[in-house]
Design a protein around this ligand. Structure first.
Ligand code: SF4
Length: 635
């Protein structure tokens, strides 16, 4: 990360002084008049809307500036997504100091979190491509480092910080000296060690910029339409990284990324983000302990429901949910356990497709329930039945006898409808634990596979099996591959990706290597193949857990998977050092939707009124999805 916490606080310090002088001036008249000087209060800083948090060190510095004795405990980390109502931090200290600091601290936190939240939306929108989201210099005067830090927490990368750390030759520079080449020559002569980026307006200027030797660090495609960008990517052929700039909106960004550009800079990240709604509630410290103990309540309800209930939880769930589960596992283990249990109520703490899988495997009379049915999965949502069907029809058109030439395989992270599609067409389901086994079995039957929705798991599996890169075809719904390319392919990949695992980058592996030659890098196969190839090892969640369990004391790990699991592994294995591979560790937003509160509410309803809404899968869909799942479970 370019902007360390220390650098952030150095930049924030004068802004905090200004803000306090502006807001408090000679004193907080209301609090000083009403509150006793020795009154101590406890405050909860809470998200009122879902978003990504950034700026906790700055908020803490504001409270400490008003009273160094204030205790500030962050309950989430910068870069972490929170749900509405989630506790962000707790503060305890003199009531007057807390109230005087509140507005200024929240102003910093809300604005920075707003930028991080908007950045994450852009990052998520391009998660199925290798494109990277960049910020610009369109920042609030004086707040540049704070805002660029927030962009980084949102998952974007920082463009140049200012005019001194990189040269960006723009159209005005070019026009002033009469061309791209003289402008580059002058720039190189004056500052030979500074990286250079050149803005081009058309393909002619692009060709000139590409002719420069040694190659430029980057070329900016300024305000080009999609077709021109595609042509620019084709002409450049990877020789120089390309950045798309101008008119980038959330609606357009996925199309821009699909042209194949490497970077997309977005001024809106910093000039048009709305503040994230965050508030602080103050209560006397004594009242803090009097709140309801939800863990205890869930335990009581579990005891009341007895053997009629089983709670299954995925490893990426919150600790407090995992602590109350009867069984914790990855997708494959949970599918197996769901198929074996005789409990009447299967409460599934995971995302929707997992609960659907349990519903498909459930016996008559069993009800599958989830504390939040809206907890979807980014990856699963990249492939709808309709879009996959369209692709299947195109594939079938290119083949002589599709039903004997191609097998559909869906990763378990997909809707029941897609599992049913596979069951109906002679295919099956796979998980990250058994993808290789499933693909091998399918290739013994038919010579070609259509693999969805995760392109990275598919590509990584193909590579492990020795399938050559030219036999792997990435489906492009915007520009259908030609029939010849389809016939040549052994595996056709749906262009989906997980927005959590996609955030691990090759640079993270390189940074982990710098921590020492003994650091073991292990990643999930939903990471990109560049990351997987640089890592020491890759495997499913269960595999990663086994590797750590078998690690001798003193082993140091950098792990590329969901952060809650990584943090739990560190707590369970204190004699080893276990860190996330990324410097801003990614959490799964969908998994976070399951909370102690909605679990308690569900069990309360189950134990009292019985008025609950089970996860239901259409009968025929359920039949064919079960066929696809059972083919996998039988392997
Ligand atoms: S980590 Fe990725 S694949 Fe897993 S549930 Fe979250 S979004 Fe889906």
């Amino acid at each position: 990360m370019d902007i360390s916490e220390e650098k952030l606080l150095r930049a924030a310090q004068p802004l905090i002084e200004l803000a306090i002088a502006e807001d408090i001036g000679p004193g907080d008249a209301t609090s000083e008049a009403i509150l006793p000087a020795d009154q101590i209060l406890y405050g909860r800083i809470v998200a009122k809307a879902a978003g990504v948090i950034a700026g906790l060190p700055v908020a803490k510095a504001v409270f400490k500036r008003l009273d160094p004795a204030v205790e500030f405990i962050a309950r989430v980390a910068d870069g972490q997504e929170v749900t509405a109502g989630e506790l962000i931090a707790e503060v305890t200290g003199a009531a007057r100091a807390l109230l005087a600091a509140e507005r200024t601290a929240l102003n910093f936190l809300q604005r920075m979190s707003g930028i991080a939240t908007l950045t994450r939306q852009f990052v998520d929108a391009v998660a199925c491509t290798p494109a990277v989201i960049l910020d610009t210099r369109k920042t609030t005067p004086g707040h540049r480092l704070l805002e660029k830090y927030a962009v980084y927490m949102g998952g974007g990368l920082n463009h140049r910080i200012s005019l001194y750390d990189m040269m960006l030759i723009k159209d005005n520079h070019v026009d002033a000296v009469g061309g791209i080449l003289p402008a580059i020559e002058r720039a190189r002569t004056a500052y030979p060690s500074l990286p250079i980026e050149v803005e081009v307006r058309n393909l002619d200027e692009l060709r000139q910029a590409l002719s420069v030797q040694p190659p430029l660090e980057r070329i900016m495609l300024d305000n080009m339409d999609l077709e021109l960008m595609r042509q620019a990517v084709g002409i450049t052929a990877g020789r120089v990284p390309l950045e798309a700039s101008g008119g980038v909106t959330l609606e357009r960004v996925a199309d821009i990324a699909a042209t194949g550009v490497d970077y997309i800079s977005v001024g809106a990240l910093t000039h048009s983000s709305a503040a994230l709604d965050i508030s602080m509630e103050l209560i006397p410290p004594a009242a803090r302990a009097a709140g309801p103990d939800l863990s205890q309540r869930v335990a009581e309800l579990k005891a009341r429901l007895g053997e009629r209930l089983i709670i299954l939880a995925h490893h990426y769930q919150r600790d407090e949910v995992v602590a109350l589960a009867d069984f914790v596992g990855d997708s494959l283990e949970l599918a197996r356990r769901a198929a074996q249990t005789s409990a009447q109520f299967i409460v599934f703490c995971g995302v929707h497709f997992m609960a659907e899988t349990a519903a498909v495997l459930a016996r008559p009379g069993q009800l599958v329930l989830t504390p939040d049915p809206s907890a979807g999965c980014y990856l699963a949502d990249t492939a709808t039945l309709e879009a996959v069907r369209t692709a299947w029809e195109r594939l079938a058109d290119a083949l002589v006898s599709p039903e004997t030439e191609i097998t559909p395989i869906t990763y378990v992270n997909s809707s029941a409808a897609l599992k049913a599609f596979c069951g109906y067409h002679g295919g099956m389901v796979c998980t990250s634990s058994n993808a290789e086994q499933v693909v091998r079995a399918a290739l013994e039957q038919r010579r070609r596979i259509f693999f969805f929705p995760d392109q990275h798991l598919g590509r990584n599996t193909a590579r492990r099996m020795g399938i050559a890169p030219h036999e792997v075809l990435l489906w492009d719904a915007r520009r259908f591959p030609d029939a010849e390319a389809i016939r040549r392919a052994t595996i056709i990949l749906w262009p989906g990706a997980c927005n959590v695992h996609q955030r691990f980058r090759p640079q993270h592996v390189q940074a982990a290597r710098q921590r020492g030659p003994d650091v073991r890098v292990v990643v999930h196969p939903e990471c990109t193949s560049e990351v997987v190839q640089l890592a020491d090892d890759a495997g499913s969640t269960a595999y990663i857990i086994r590797q750590v369990k078998n690690g001798p004391p003193g082993t140091r790990w950098a792990i590329g998977t969901e952060t809650r699991l990584v943090q739990r592994l560190q707590r369970d294995h204190p004699q080893q050092t276990i860190l996330s591979l990324a410097d801003v560790p990614p959490f799964c937003r969908s998994m976070s939707q399951i909370t102690l509160r909605n679990l308690a509410r569900l069990l309360e309803e189950l134990a009292t009124t019985g008025a609950v809404s089970p996860v239901v899968v259409d009968e025929e869909e359920s039949h064919w999805a079960r066929v696809a799942l059972e083919r996998m479970l039988a392997l």
